[in-house]
Each structure stands twice: as structure tokens, then as C-alpha cells.
Write a protein that binds this ligand. Structure first.
Ligand SMILES: [Zn+2]
Ligand SMILES: [Zn+2]
Length: 201
């Protein structure tokens, strides 16, 4: 299966097959008007990579829009126990008097890393993307794996999933369907740790 590298359109944070990306069909770039074989939020590769295209990525630390990336903060997540993210700098949202119990926090991530993330395509997922972080930066997306492609009897599937992604063979999963439990694999660009999340249709 083709990757964006194969198409000459590299994305440092997206090494998965092109078929796993949420992209737009061929057409005219909404920024420069040139014909594009694949478009990202309406733009050609060049315009998308140059920035300035409105593009939002949902993450485990909340939504990231271009304006969030410029501030070096995610839009935020509700946390009842902020100490679970003690490795990160958290900036509390102002308390909404209507919901005083809800405590939301922005998560600080270097602007450079978040700007790279909003210049990266999102991936197809049943419940929407949920980009993972490690070492205070967005991970590299490796692809979506149907749960039926790894040992379904495994008590702790994470080791099997990580092993599968160490040498992915996408042709071997082509006949599996993504109709139920699906794993989304990531690798940390800093420490090489494997991360994943899962969802179902
Ligand atoms: Zn363009
Ligand atoms: Zn890491």
C-alpha cells in the first residue's frame, strides 16, 4: 500500500498508508487553484505544508486548531485529577459558573510540534482521530489495524499490537474488515515507544 513518502508528499508524523488518511478527492487547490491529485482540507500538498490552511486535529489532550498550535496549547480536556498528567504543564480554563464542577485544562506542547501536527492529515477512525502524545510531543501515526488481524485470544493485546507494528504487513490485513474493534498505532519520535488507542463502529 502506498504511503505519502511513496507519493513524494512526505509527512513526518504520518507514515501510515495513504488509504488510512482522511483526505479530500482530487480537485483544484482552494489556496492556489492548481490541480491536485489529493487534497488536504481542500489544499494541495504544497499549500497545506506551507501552513495557513484551517485544519483541526483531535488528540488525547483535546482539539488542536492552528490558533491553538500558535499558542503552544491544546484546546484542552476535562481532568478531575490533573496529577495524572504531571509530566505536562497544564493551564486551567476559567471556571464556567454554570458547571463549576468541571475542570478543563489546556496542555502545553511546543508550538513547533503542534504546528507540525496541524500540517499533517488526520486518519480515518470510527469515532474520530485521537492523536497520541509521548515525550511532550505528538507521536508518529503508523496506521489502523483491524483487531481480527492480531490474536483475538491474547489476554493483553498491547504486546501483540506493538509487535505487529514493528514490521507491518498491510497486504496481510487487506482482506480483514474494519467493521468492529480497530487499533490505531503510533510511535514516539523521541523515545520510540509504541502507543495506540482503539475504537469500534
Ligand atoms: Zn495549492
Ligand atoms: Zn516518548
Amino acid at each position: 500500500m502506498n504511503t505519502f513518502d511513496d507519493l513524494g508528499m512526505p509527512f513526518p508524523l504520518f507514515l501510515a498508508p495513504v488509504a488510512h488518511a482522511a483526505v479530500d478527492d482530487a480537485g483544484s487547490c482552494e489556496m492556489c487553484g492548481r490541480p491536485a491529485s489529493v487534497r488536504f482540507s481542500g489544499a494541495c500538498y504544497k499549500c497545506f505544508r506551507n501552513g495557513g490552511v484551517e485544519h483541526t486535529v483531535d488528540t488525547e489532550f483535546g482539539m488542536v486548531r492552528v490558533e491553538d498550535a500558535q499558542k503552544g496549547l491544546t484546546h484542552g480536556i476535562p481532568l478531575s485529577d490533573p496529577s495524572i498528567l504531571s509530566d505536562y504543564e497544564l493551564i486551567p480554563h476559567p471556571v464556567d459558573p454554570k458547571f463549576p464542577e468541571e475542570t478543563w485544562f489546556h496542555v502545553r506542547i511546543e508550538t513547533e510540534f503542534l504546528l507540525e501536527l496541524v500540517r499533517t492529515p488526520t486518519y480515518l477512525a470510527w469515532q474520530g482521530e485521537h492523536w497520541q502524545f509521548c515525550c511532550r510531543r505528538p507521536c508518529v501515526f503508523l496506521g489502523r489495524l483491524p483487531a481480527t488481524a492480531v490474536s483475538p485470544a491474547a489476554e493483553s493485546p498491547s504486546a501483540h499490537i506493538a509487535a505487529w507494528f514493528r514490521c507491518p504487513d498491510w497486504s496481510s490485513v487487506a482482506h480483514h474488515d474494519y467493521g468492529s474493534l480497530t487499533y490505531y498505532g503510533f510511535r514516539c519520535a523521541e523515545c520510540n515507544a509504541f502507543r495506540y488507542h482503539e475504537d469500534t463502529d
